[in-house]
Write a protein that binds this ligand. Structure first.
Ligand SMILES: Nc1ncnc2c1ncn2[C@@H]1O[C@H](COP(=O)(O)OP(=O)(O)OP(=O)(O)O)[C@@H](O)[C@H]1O
Ligand SMILES: [Mg+2]
Length: 438
């Protein structure tokens, strides 16, 4: 029957993979992404329900058609409740199969079109490559066009890696200043003297090494936006010069004698608390007020976990040349992780995972152990409202997390780790090799 179906579907122009039982079928599902799966219900070892559950977990858009023999009608209906698309009676007529498959794939095409459409409607989730659907990010994204249209200085605050530079760039691109330059400088990466000449330029001979006249970033940014990153690191002395430049719209090059007039919008950023820096005397309060006309705060990723799946998708598209996805349990590990380095850390992690695994569907066990080693017991249960869950897979993940945690806690001493888990050394070792933990 499998051969007949294969021949029939291939003659219709489909690319067909045939699996001789549920286990083999699941191996295919884990390795590739299919438009349609036709599976028998009764099979040795893993039955059609197992195949259905795995397919729904790894690729919820894949349509699953169950084949039922006389007397298993009830199971077919049960399967439909669990997300199967349709069922075929055995013995079947070729025309009947052809019709069901064609309809199913038509429906799938439509669904894809609708979701593409929906994506173009919900563009508010992405503004200038900034992804975010959490309430906090939605608020921020909504503000951007208004803030961009305005000429006031902006102070962006947020932890490292939250996207401060990305937001600064967006403010420029959305503003009437977009045709002119967006110039960024990191105040932490220059010693005091050099920072001044970078920002304001210098005249030949004004200091050793100034062998020619050089324009500063203020001039280069004329008509555009100057982004002063890590502004808290700017030496107090230079802060005074910056304040003067902002207040008068003019400045002097280092060693220069004439005032140069510019029209520059300043966007500054910091991961420090500037009011605190003011109290400590590290930052001029008057400059702080000049910069902080419009404060924009980007919350850390751990305060907007809803954004994580969206960001993961975004970076998968960025770093992968083919469609790939994370299993439900893998995604919940990514969502639960603390991400101290915020979006930058998440981005680097996704890039690394995509590089080190070849599978199109990435499961929890393929994630680097540092992600799994921070156990999040409260949220180990993926929600079932997104579709069916694979209990076997979830339990395996939990087991693996405990194994890793016990090893971490005992600094790799297996006998002690086994004791912690109430396992015999033999069975502990067996489990380690089962999960390939070295
Ligand atoms: N909301 C987001 N959507 C898409 N990409 C993002 C988002 N936030 C940050 N990124 C990406 O994360 C990386 C880090 O962002 P960015 O450099 O803007 O952070 P930062 O706050 O300036 O960090 P630092 O304080 O360390 O300089 C960049 O590659 C950026 O494109
Ligand atoms: Mg930055």
């Amino acid at each position: 029957m499998r051969d007949i179906l294969t021949m029939l579907l291939e003659s219709e122009g489909f690319v067909v993979v045939a699996a001789s039982d549920g286990r083999e079928g699941i191996a295919w599902i884990e390795r590739d992404i299919f438009d349609l799966i036709i599976t028998d219900i009764k099979m040795p070892e893993v039955d059609g329900f197992g195949v259905l559950a795995r397919a729904k977990e790894l690729a919820p858009d894949t349509l699953v058609i169950m084949m039922t023999a006389f007397g298993t009608m009830e199971s077919a209906l049960e399967a439909m409740k669990l997300g199967a698309y349709d069922y075929i009676h055995k013995p079947f007529k070729i025309d009947e199969v052809r019709l069901i498959v064609d309809n199913a794939l038509d429906k799938r095409r439509l669904k894809t079109e609708v979701s593409l459409l929906r994506e173009s409607v919900k563009t508010t989730y992405v503004v200038e490559n900034i992804v975010g659907k959490s309430e906090k990010m939605q608020q921020l994204l909504g503000l951007l066009p208004k803030v961009a249209a305005n000429n006031s200085n902006v102070l962006i605050t947020g932890e490292s890696g939250t996207g401060k530079e990305l937001v600064a760039n967006a403010l420029h691109n959305l503003s009437p200043r977009a045709p002119n330059n967006f110039v960024a400088i990191n105040c932490a990466s220059f010693p005091e003297g050099l920072l001044e000449s970078e920002i304001f330029g210098h005249m030949k001979g004004s200091f050793t090494g100034a062998v020619q006249n050089k324009q500063g970033l203020f001039e280069i940014a004329n008509g555009g936006t100057l982004f002063l990153d890590e502004i808290a690191e700017m030496p107090v002395n230079l802060q005074a010069k910056l304040l003067r430049a902002i207040e008068t719209g003019t400045f002097r090059r280092v060693g220069g004698t004439s005032d140069i007039k510019v029209d520059v919008r300043i966007v500054a950023a910091t991961n420090k608390d500037l009011t605190e820096e003011c109290t400590k005397g590290n930052f001029r309060e008057d400059l702080f007020f000049r910069l902080n006309v419009i404060p924009l705060h980007i919350p850390p990723l751990r305060e907007r976990k809803e954004d994580i799946p969206l960001l993961v998708e975004h970076f998968m598209k960025k770093y992968s040349d083919r469609p790939r996805q994370f299993s439900g349990s893998a995604m919940s590990i990514l969502t639960d992780y603390a991400w101290k380095g915020n979006v930058r850390e998440l981005e680097n992690m996704i890039e690394r995972i995509l590089l080190f695994t070849d599978n199109d569907a990435i499961t929890a066990s393929e994630l680097p152990s540092e992600l799994a080693a921070t156990p999040q017991r409260t949220s180990m249960m993926p929600a079932m409202d997104q579709g069916t869950v694979d209990l076997e897979e979830i339990l395996k993940d939990i087991e693996k997390k405990y194994l890793l945690e016990a090893l971490t806690m005992t600094a790799g001493k297996k006998t002690e780790a086994a004791k912690l888990l109430g396992l015999s050394f033999r069975s502990f070792r067996h489990k380690l090799s089962k999960y390939g933990i070295k």
